[in-house]
Design a protein around this ligand. Structure first.
Ligand code: SAM
Length: 382
């Protein structure tokens, strides 16, 4: 392997700085510029925070004095008119790269193939972009000064919010690299995780071993999973359901979750709310979303994204194209995900014999509404 040319922490910050600068430039805001609406950054942690937490992080970083602007009114006009939220959300997903979004699960063999190409990209690739525990979702920056600290704080918060008691049993369907499973183990739960991608599971195993944690991690298809027992808590965390591209897969996934619930168990579904504004805004247009120096190739890489959304099937085929040193399409990857509109998802869940006790709009427990980024459902047996 080539020797890294930049220390890891510096590389991450450089990439984050490029990413945020690039997103803001798309809405005509310069970092350090002197046009009305341009911003000044006072704390370099701003970039990591904006990347990890998107526009919410941007706002919180402002409150903490990490950046400011002479003309906030102009800044906000540019942000709103340029739909920064949609741009940033899309780019944020890709920056973290794994982001959720979905394998083609129309057939079992197809889903395995997509898992192999997308999630099995190689753990070195993800280790390069993420914190040491390889969390590929948003972090919690209150009191944290590094991505690693913010991710650890987020895990603690997840356990608190799940109101998990030590010794309780948890089944995570689609456990990936063990982000949630291991955090719950640390909190004293008895955890079983099921995952389709061998490579992600291997990463989860390695982390569990390093920390001497003892989750049971199994390679398998959650749709047909039957462990012949129930759990206090069953989780479908972070867009796992969006991998269920056809109705049979979705029904099977919900049935699998249901058969592991007892009378007092809870099921938590965590997915996102689709943004009609984003889907309607020339989604298939190729948009550059990230420019970075690849430390292994020692070359500049420009990553572009296209979203090919079919309203008839509600499937969004995302295409990521990598231009390496000016060579277009040096690498092209695709990921198809199914989008769930709110009432539709509720109906699917209820039709599967589950009762929705609560529906929340984000991890801060705000109630769900039309502007919510998330659809977080806490369900029980019907
Ligand atoms: C966005 S990731 C979420 C991972 C983890 N739950 C988390 O929150 O960090 C979605 C995961 O679901 C897994 N997955 C998708 N389809 C699956 C299936 N049919 N059976 C098991 N795992 C599946 C993917 O391989 C991936 O690890």
């Amino acid at each position: 392997m080539r020797q890294l040319i930049v220390p890891e922490s510096a590389r991450k910050s450089l990439a984050a700085r490029d990413f945020v600068t690039d997103v803001l430039a798309r809405v005509d805001v310069s970092v350090g510029g002197d046009s009305p609406g341009d911003i000044r950054v006072h704390d370099e942690r701003f970039f990591d925070r904006a990347v990890a937490d998107g526009t919410l992080g941007l706002g919180e970083a402002y409150m903490d004095g990490w950046w400011d602007a002479d003309h906030l009114d102009v800044f906000f006009t540019k942000v709103l008119q340029g739909k920064l939220d949609d741009v940033a959300d899309s780019r944020h997903r890709v920056f973290l790269h794994l982001k959720s979004r979905l394998l083609n699960m129309q057939t079992k063999s197809k889903s395995r193939r997509v898992a192999q190409t997308h999630y099995n990209l190689g753990n070195a690739f993800y280790a390069d972009m993420l914190d040491p525990a390889m969390h590929y979702t948003c972090a919690y920056w209150e009191d944290a000064s590094t991505l690693e600290e913010a991710q650890a704080a987020k895990c603690e918060l997840v356990c608190q919010k799940l109101m998990l008691k030590p010794g309780e049993s948890v089944l995570e369907l689609g456990c990936g690299t063990g982000r949630v499973a291991l955090a719950l183990c640390r909190a004293g739960a008895e955890v079983v995780g099921v995952e389709l991608s061998a490579e992600l599971l291997e990463a989860a195993h390695a982390k569990a071993q390093a920390e001497e944690l003892g989750p049971t991690l199994a390679l398998g298809d959650l749709r047909s999973c039957d462990l012949e027992r129930t759990f206090d808590l069953v989780l479908l965390p972070y867009n796992v359901l969006n991998h269920m591209l056809d109705d049979a897969s979705l029904a099977d996934a919900l049935a699998a979750a249901r058969r592991h619930l007892g009378p007092d168990s809870r099921l938590v579904i965590d997915t996102f709310q689709p943004s009609p504004a984003f889907l309607g805004d020339e989604p298939e247009k190729r948009r550059p979303i990230l420019r970075y120096l690849d430390p292994f190739l020692d070359k500049e890489v420009v990553l572009s994204e296209e979203n090919h959304y079919d309203p008839a099937t509600q499937l969004n085929r995302i295409v990521w194209s990598y231009a390496v040193d000016g060579t277009q399409d040096a690498r092209v990857e695709e990921l198809t995900m199914r989008l769930f509109f709110p009432r539709e998802l509720d109906a699917w869940v209820e039709r599967s014999g589950l009762v929705i006790e609560h529906k929340l709009g984000d991890y801060d427990r705000r109630p769900f509404d039309g502007t919510s980024p998330k659809q977080l459902m806490i369900c029980r047996l019907g």
